[in-house]
Design a protein around this ligand. Structure first.
Ligand code: PBG
Length: 345
């Protein structure tokens, strides 16, 4: 429309019709502020920074070397000693936090390795905190890496028993906090787990340990490479009985609100790029600190396309991370944390 109305300041979010108008072309030329790098910098709305990254690591019990993961070039299963080294590398790049996944020596029906005070995540947490006290250790809290059937809780018949699993998750959280984890991050998608974990932590003297809840975690095909890395693919069935249907957005909002009510300190959407709409909706709805998990399949796709010479890796990664931040994520969990931090220097 070729009309001009004076600029005016409106309170709150103006309805479309009362939006402050500006003179149309040729008075307004959007390209003016794109002319130089300095001008673009002045009006840049979203920033990607290493200080918002979390680097996930796979720590394997009894391993004495770095073991490559086929579908995740550049990511390895690590011994505890290597995990300590890696945490140092991560910190040197300005990345403040690591997220630990454990691969136990043995698995059983209940996943008892998860709450073993001498379990692999507990040992790695102690070792990392001792060597790098400033680095935040976030402990992924789930049973699937520790159960012989690969499901995220106690299996009864052909289903995962929600309420029986809560007790085990709570025990795991306390054990992780006792080992020195700065944050616990439940990724199991059982109902009521944030409340159960909060109560257990408070009771055991860990009232100050925050919970980062995987609030909207979808039953996603993008986790494929992770399951190879962690050896956690379910032996039968799939995770659709507890993880969310990728088709559902309102349900993600309900999950997020429940986690807030149960005492979560930080929420998460996972995966990231295919769910940008939900990052935005949950941020707007809850105003909570929000993390997005740029998952293994998202990483693998970029790595594969870059290796084939189809895309420019650095450009694609920084654009993807920018989009995740623009959608509303405060924190990005990504296997690209180290590379991106180096590119951003
Ligand atoms: C454990 C868990 C998974 C991921 C994070 N925590 C796998 C799953 O739910 O099957 C996936 C992370 C990734 O793909 O990078 N429940």
């Amino acid at each position: 429309m070729w009309f001009a109305a004076p600029n005016r300041v409106t309170a709150g979010t103006p309805a479309d019709s009362e939006y402050p108008r500006q003179m149309p072309f040729p008075q307004t030329r959007m390209r003016r502020l794109r002319a130089t790098r300095a001008l673009r910098g002045l009006v840049q709305e979203t920033h990607v920074a290493a200080s918002t990254f979390v680097y996930p690591m796979f720590v394997a019990h009894g391993l004495d070397r770095r073991e490559p993961i086929a579908a995740m070039p550049g990511v390895e299963r690590l011994s505890i000693a290597h995990a300590v080294d890696e945490a140092g590398n991560v910190a040197a790049l300005g990345v403040p936090a690591v997220l630990l996944f454990g691969i136990p020596a043995t698995k059983d029906a209940e996943g008892s390795g998860a709450w073993d005070d001498e379990g692999v995540v507990q040992l790695a947490t102690r070792a990392i905190k001792e060597a790098h006290p400033e680095t935040l250790v976030i402990a992924d809290l789930c049973l699937c890496e520790y159960t012989d059937h690969g499901h995220c809780g106690v299996v009864r018949g052909d289903t995962v028993d929600n309420d029986a699993t809560l007790e085990l998750l709570a025990r795991t959280a306390v054990s992780q906090a006792r080992a020195g984890a700065d944050i616990v991050a439940p990724s199991d998608m059982m109902d009521g787990r944030v409340g159960a974990i909060r109560a257990a932590l408070d009771e055991e003297g860990f009232a100050d340990t925050p919970i980062l809840a995987y609030s909207a975690k979808f039953a996603s095909a993008f986790y494929g490479p992770f399951r190879e890395a962690a050896g956690s693919a379910p032996a039968f069935g799939d995770r659709r009985g507890y993880q969310m249907d990728p088709a559902n957005g309102n349900e993600a909002l309900r999950e997020a609100r429940l986690d807030v009510d149960e005492g979560a300190d930080i929420l998460m959407v996972k995966p990231a790029l295919p769910y940008l709409d939900l990052i935005r909706r949950i941020k707007d709805d809850t105003a909570m600190p929000l993390a997005a998990y740029h998952v293994s399949g998202e990483y693998a796709m970029i790595k594969a396309a870059a290796a084939a010479g189809y895309i420019d890796e650095r450009g694609v990664v920084l654009e993807a991370l920018t989009a995740i931040r623009r959608a509303g994520a405060d924190i990005i969990i990504t296997y690209y944390a180290k590379e991106a931090a180096a590119w951003l220097r």
